[in-house]
Design a protein around this ligand. Structure first.
Ligand code: ZN
Ligand code: ZN
Length: 281
């Protein structure tokens, strides 16, 4: 079952077990991040950002398209690494043929992205893609809120004074983009070392597929993060894990809830108090 999460004003619903399915639903952004399985709630969100094309992250996409069509909603908008877009379109077209459905313009609804590309979600939010180290082409996504704040010279002034300045034609405010949410699908710890700025997000979704019983080299070979890798990153590149809310997901199926909670309880205190594990209560 998905887990309901709330960080400040941001409400999310998320599910993640390695190899089975991972998805994060963010109604505030009208977006899902990965869609290994497509629950009905996901079909209310138009935008789907895929980190990579492994089935446990992308298998729900055909259902998203067809359920939205069934409900009479506008077609899904799917974003994925540029390297995966053509094959994903092939899968969707193959399913049209299997179901003897009229062809729709699938290419128009699947957009491949490269690191640095941005997607506007209305005026308030912009998603920026960044490169991620995994076994196949992968992207992470940061949602940036396009805030406007008072320029330093006007901060602390009474409202009437700011208003008067505005009437005089002075420019009292400026853009202040703020990263509110970052989603990284499957990744090695190298991703965090390359992108220490990820730690500036209010909410940071990471993976920790393996715990102490798996050798760290095995984790790395499969393109995953071992919980001990995060301890190293916290020590060596603390800014990469500076987010007030870090969600750990994608634990291997071989662990039960107790194993995971015990391992996370042993994290260094400063990291542990900011970590939420994506598990049912
Ligand atoms: Zn996975
Ligand atoms: Zn994967």
């Amino acid at each position: 079952m998905p887990v309901a999460l709330k960080f400040g004003g941001l409400e999310l619903e998320a599910f993640s077990i390695s190899g089975l399915a991972t998805y994060v639903l963010a109604p505030a952004f009208d977006a899902c991040f990965d869609l290994g399985h497509c629950p009905v709630e996901a079909t209310k969100l138009r935008n789907v950002f895929l980190s990579h094309a492994h089935q446990d992250h992308a298998g729900g996409v055909p259902r998203h398209f067809s359920l939205r069509a069934m409900f009479g909603a506008r077609p899904s908008r799917v974003y994925c690494p540029a390297e995966s877009a053509a094959a994903l379109c092939d899968v969707l077209r193959a399913w049209e043929r299997l179901e003897d459905k009229p062809a729709v313009e699938i290419d128009a609804h699947v957009r491949g992205l490269a690191p640095g590309d941005t997607v506007d979600l209305g005026r308030r939010y912009t998603v920026r893609a960044f490169d991620v180290v995994h076994r196949i082409a992968s992207l992470g996504y940061t949602v940036i809120e396009n805030r406007r704040v008072l320029r330093p010279a006007y901060r602390g002034l009474p409202g009437v004074a700011v208003h008067a300045a505005r009437l005089r034609g002075e420019i009292v405010s400026e853009d202040h983009p703020h990263p509110v949410f970052t989603y990284v699908g499957d990744h090695t710890a190298e991703t965090l070392r390359r992108h220490p700025e990820l730690g500036q997000s209010d909410v940071l979704f990471l993976e920790a597929t393996h715990l102490a019983d798996t050798h760290r080299s095995t984790s790395a070979r499969y393109g995953h993060t071992h919980l001990d890798d995060l301890v190293d990153v916290a020590r060596e590149v603390p800014e990469a894990l500076a987010s007030p809310h870090i969600v750990l997901k994608h634990f291997s199926m071989k662990y039960d809830e107790r194993d995971i909670r015990k391992a996370v309880a042993a994290l260094p205190a400063d990291l542990r108090r900011r970590v939420t594990v994506l598990l049912e209560d």
